[in-house]
Ligand binder design. Sequence first.
Ligand code: UDP
Length: 329
Amino acid sequence: MAVLVTGGAGYIGSHTVAALLERGEEIVVVDNLQQGHKEAVLGGKLYIGDLRDSELLDTVFQENEIEAVIHFAASSLVGESMGNPAKYYHNNVYGTLCLLEKMSQYKVGTIVFSSTAATYGEPVHLPLDEHDRTLPTNTYGETKLAMERMMHWFDIAHGIKYVSLRYFNAAGAHDSGAIGEDHAPETHLIPLVLQTALGKRPHIAIYGEDYPTEDGTCVRDYIHVSDLADAHLLAVDRLRKGGDSAVYNLGNGQGFSVKQVIDIARQVTGCEIAASAEPRRAGDPAVLIASSRRAHEELGWNPTRSSLENIISSAWAWHTAKPDGYSKR
Ligand code: UDP
């Protein structure tokens, strides 16, 4: 019996594949390698292709005994989603529809889903909990919410049980140094700060210093990618034991400002890291912090690697070992 990991060559997907391999699971990965990297898949069987390719999915479900699915494959750039909503509805929403239809056809009854804090939009109160209003402020978040809702209705109609994991700010790299974050283009704060430390960028832009926060910069809840990976394994276990569908936030419950992140990166790297104030980035809420109480209580999830120092040190080890990321595309 195998676990199908869609998007298993991507950043969080590859760390989850690594964690599944560490506990001896049989794995099948499907990834179109638009964002993912072949070298990031440390084991299992890899099918290169797209979820919207019906024949490919038939092959995957016929050639393997799939017991559960972990679904990462999606486009995930907020800025791009605002300029090209069609791409996000097509790849994310239609891609998920194709997957769920095949799951129902091949009688695979469990799915763990890679969701996001962007489903909430502007927080109504902090820390955010799973019952809070979901009113996305960008197309990316809107499509992830639509995918969650689709799973809800497939559960009612076909009994496919799901666990949706709403990540806050994923960062860091695997302990082994073998896999880490490599996006093209890179838009996330921590890898950009570390690329600046490496001299690959002249400075890091601080998007807005006039937010209603202590130092005027945005506050986010950073969580180590391997702690996120662990939550997927616990979610699979919950569903294997017959647990019901559920939605969980995954964060560490503590917020750090952009300036604090840069300061800790200076300490960890010993580099100066030039920073310059720039205008706010559209759609950025001032503060996003998760309550992960529910994941703790119901999944038994306890992040152990998510101090900001540890997140940045592990990312720094990856960036210094692989300054150009995986091999060139
Ligand atoms: N940010 C920044 N400069 C950058 C990239 C990001 O100031 O070059 C800020 C961004 O405005 C946000 C925080 O860093 O407040 C985290 O952004 P990121 O894109 O890493 O994650 P997001 O919170 O958008 O998911």
